[in-house]
Design a binder for this molecule. Structure first.
Ligand SMILES: [Zn+2]
Length: 144
Protein backbone atom coordinates (compact mmCIF):
# COMPACT_ATOMS: atom_id res chain seq x y z
CA UNK A 1 0.00 0.00 0.00
CA UNK A 2 1.29 3.44 -0.86
CA UNK A 3 0.13 6.15 1.49
CA UNK A 4 -0.91 9.40 -0.11
CA UNK A 5 -2.46 11.31 2.77
CA UNK A 6 -1.63 11.50 6.52
CA UNK A 7 1.07 8.82 6.34
CA UNK A 8 2.56 9.88 3.01
CA UNK A 9 6.29 9.22 3.14
CA UNK A 10 6.13 7.52 6.56
CA UNK A 11 6.81 3.95 7.62
CA UNK A 12 8.42 2.14 10.52
CA UNK A 13 12.20 2.09 10.02
CA UNK A 14 12.43 -1.24 11.88
CA UNK A 15 9.66 -3.44 10.49
CA UNK A 16 8.41 -1.48 7.47
CA UNK A 17 4.84 -1.08 8.79
CA UNK A 18 3.16 1.77 6.96
CA UNK A 19 -0.47 1.06 7.78
CA UNK A 20 -0.71 2.72 11.21
CA UNK A 21 1.51 4.76 13.55
CA UNK A 22 0.91 6.20 17.02
CA UNK A 23 1.90 9.89 17.01
CA UNK A 24 1.81 12.23 19.99
CA UNK A 25 -0.20 15.21 18.81
CA UNK A 26 -1.43 18.51 20.07
CA UNK A 27 -4.98 19.62 19.63
CA UNK A 28 -7.02 22.43 21.11
CA UNK A 29 -9.26 20.79 23.68
CA UNK A 30 -12.68 21.97 24.78
CA UNK A 31 -12.57 20.97 28.43
CA UNK A 32 -15.41 21.17 30.92
CA UNK A 33 -15.91 19.59 34.29
CA UNK A 34 -17.63 16.71 32.51
CA UNK A 35 -14.77 15.85 30.18
CA UNK A 36 -12.90 16.95 27.08
CA UNK A 37 -13.53 17.03 23.34
CA UNK A 38 -11.62 18.36 20.39
CA UNK A 39 -12.51 22.04 20.16
CA UNK A 40 -14.60 23.02 17.15
CA UNK A 41 -12.36 24.01 14.27
CA UNK A 42 -9.25 22.58 15.90
CA UNK A 43 -7.06 20.20 13.93
CA UNK A 44 -4.63 17.51 14.98
CA UNK A 45 -1.12 18.87 14.83
CA UNK A 46 2.21 17.06 14.78
CA UNK A 47 5.64 17.69 13.33
CA UNK A 48 8.94 15.90 12.78
CA UNK A 49 9.78 16.09 16.49
CA UNK A 50 6.50 14.46 17.59
CA UNK A 51 7.09 11.18 19.43
CA UNK A 52 5.96 8.29 17.26
CA UNK A 53 5.56 4.58 17.93
CA UNK A 54 5.03 1.64 15.61
CA UNK A 55 2.12 -0.47 16.94
CA UNK A 56 3.57 -3.58 15.26
CA UNK A 57 7.11 -3.64 16.71
CA UNK A 58 7.09 -0.85 19.36
CA UNK A 59 9.92 1.05 17.63
CA UNK A 60 9.64 4.62 18.83
CA UNK A 61 11.35 7.92 18.23
CA UNK A 62 10.67 11.32 16.70
CA UNK A 63 8.48 11.29 13.62
CA UNK A 64 11.37 12.29 11.34
CA UNK A 65 12.94 8.87 12.00
CA UNK A 66 9.84 7.32 10.38
CA UNK A 67 10.23 9.27 7.14
CA UNK A 68 10.95 7.04 4.20
CA UNK A 69 14.48 7.68 2.99
CA UNK A 70 14.29 9.55 -0.29
CA UNK A 71 16.35 6.96 -2.15
CA UNK A 72 18.10 3.78 -1.07
CA UNK A 73 20.92 2.04 -2.90
CA UNK A 74 20.15 -1.11 -4.89
CA UNK A 75 19.20 -4.21 -2.89
CA UNK A 76 20.05 -7.12 -5.22
CA UNK A 77 19.29 -9.82 -2.65
CA UNK A 78 16.25 -8.11 -1.14
CA UNK A 79 17.87 -8.37 2.30
CA UNK A 80 19.01 -4.86 3.12
CA UNK A 81 15.91 -3.89 5.09
CA UNK A 82 16.45 -6.97 7.28
CA UNK A 83 20.13 -6.12 7.62
CA UNK A 84 19.27 -2.60 8.71
CA UNK A 85 16.72 -3.99 11.17
CA UNK A 86 19.38 -6.25 12.71
CA UNK A 87 21.67 -3.24 13.08
CA UNK A 88 18.79 -1.29 14.60
CA UNK A 89 18.48 -3.96 17.30
CA UNK A 90 22.22 -3.67 18.03
CA UNK A 91 21.94 0.13 18.24
CA UNK A 92 18.89 -0.16 20.50
CA UNK A 93 20.73 -2.58 22.83
CA UNK A 94 23.76 -0.26 22.91
CA UNK A 95 21.56 2.73 23.70
CA UNK A 96 19.81 0.83 26.50
CA UNK A 97 23.16 -0.18 27.99
CA UNK A 98 24.89 3.21 27.70
CA UNK A 99 22.03 5.72 27.71
CA UNK A 100 23.49 7.47 24.67
CA UNK A 101 21.06 9.38 22.51
CA UNK A 102 20.12 8.24 19.03
CA UNK A 103 22.23 10.86 17.25
CA UNK A 104 25.44 9.76 19.01
CA UNK A 105 24.74 6.02 19.10
CA UNK A 106 26.47 5.05 15.84
CA UNK A 107 29.77 6.91 16.38
CA UNK A 108 29.85 5.91 20.06
CA UNK A 109 29.25 2.25 19.19
CA UNK A 110 31.92 2.34 16.47
CA UNK A 111 34.38 3.91 18.91
CA UNK A 112 33.62 1.29 21.54
CA UNK A 113 34.05 -1.44 18.91
CA UNK A 114 37.52 -0.01 18.27
CA UNK A 115 38.30 -0.41 21.99
CA UNK A 116 36.78 -3.88 21.93
CA UNK A 117 38.89 -4.82 18.90
CA UNK A 118 42.06 -3.67 20.70
CA UNK A 119 41.29 -5.99 23.59
CA UNK A 120 39.95 -8.91 21.53
CA UNK A 121 42.88 -9.02 19.12
CA UNK A 122 40.98 -7.84 16.03
CA UNK A 123 42.22 -5.23 13.57
CA UNK A 124 39.32 -2.77 13.40
CA UNK A 125 40.49 -1.12 10.16
CA UNK A 126 40.69 -4.51 8.42
CA UNK A 127 37.20 -5.39 9.65
CA UNK A 128 35.88 -2.02 8.49
CA UNK A 129 37.40 -2.52 5.03
CA UNK A 130 35.82 -5.98 4.88
CA UNK A 131 32.47 -4.47 5.94
CA UNK A 132 32.78 -1.89 3.16
CA UNK A 133 33.37 -4.70 0.65
CA UNK A 134 30.27 -6.53 1.91
CA UNK A 135 28.23 -3.32 1.74
CA UNK A 136 29.41 -2.68 -1.82
CA UNK A 137 28.36 -6.19 -2.85
CA UNK A 138 25.02 -5.89 -1.03
CA UNK A 139 24.24 -2.58 -2.75
CA UNK A 140 25.62 -3.40 -6.20
CA UNK A 141 23.30 -2.73 -9.10
CA UNK A 142 23.25 -6.47 -9.82
CA UNK A 143 23.86 -9.49 -7.58
CA UNK A 144 27.47 -10.71 -7.63
ZN1 LIG B 1 7.59 -1.40 13.30
Amino acid sequence: MTNENCLDGLRCPRCGNEDRLYIVTTVLADVTDNGADVARGSEWQWDDASMTRCPDCDRDGPLNEFRTPPQLPPDPEGMNFDRAAWADKAIAAFRRETGTDREDALPDLLCDLMHWSDRAGYRFDAALNRARDHYAAETAAEAA
